[in-house]
Design a protein around this ligand. Structure first.
Ligand SMILES: [Fe+2]
Length: 199
């Protein structure tokens, strides 16, 4: 597989939005055209092209390797993420709460895994909105085929076990999608490796 995998049949965020069904038309209506283009193509969610503002929140590097169940790296897969801004608001018309959206935050991003199966995003530590513990939505596709959808959580965040989705996972399942953050001179980063069991 090459680096230029096709998009999923639809961008993941157009299919499901925490229970709110939506489509790309709705998304387009809620996002400035330039922002949508950036959102569909970018790995960096924290600096929107053409805007001076930088995203609020704690900037992180989110990275890891995508492999099959035998640990073989999977290259050329499309990985998409989407999450709320620093105020806990989605860049989406389905989120009609009366909160101002952080225009410096892209809200969505994608990467294509490299020859070692690696992906990387520059984004913010996920924030909380009512009814959920902080999380980042994640989807992996091969061409138009959706391989996996999941959410990443903050390891040991106090509200994790009150969360209706998190609390249904076993301890090992939760650990596999929990982000442990480390600090170095380049900032805060977390590594989450993903196994595509259906491969
Ligand atoms: Fe969500």
């Amino acid at each position: 597989m090459g680096r230029h995998a096709d998009f999923c049949a639809k961008p993941a965020f157009s299919q499901q939005f925490d229970g709110v069904q939506c489509d790309l038309g709705v998304i387009k209506n809620s996002i400035p055209a330039t922002l949508l283009i950036t959102a569909l193509y970018g790995q960096a969610l924290v600096k929107v092209e053409g805007l001076v503002d930088k995203a609020g929140g704690e900037i992180i590097l989110l990275k890891g390797m995508v492999s099959d169940r035998n640990g073989v790296p999977l290259d050329g897969l499309r990985i998409e993420i989407w999450q709320t801004d620093v105020n806990g608001k989605y860049l989406h018309s389905g989120d009609n709460r009366n909160l101002e959206y952080d225009k410096g935050f892209q809200g969505f991003g994608h990467d294509i895994t490299d020859s070692n199966g690696n992906y990387i995003f520059r984004t913010i530590k996920p924030t909380q909105y009512p009814g959920r513990t902080p999380h980042i939505h994640v989807k992996i596709c091969e061409g138009e085929k959706e391989l996996l959808t999941t959410q990443f959580y903050i390891k040991d965040y106090p509200d994790n076990h009150k969360d209706g989705i998190f609390s249904r996972m076993s301890e090992s399942e939760a650990d596999s999608v929990s982000m442990i953050f480390s600090e170095d001179r380049d900032g805060t980063e977390t590594i989450v490796n993903i196994v595509v069991k259906s491969w």
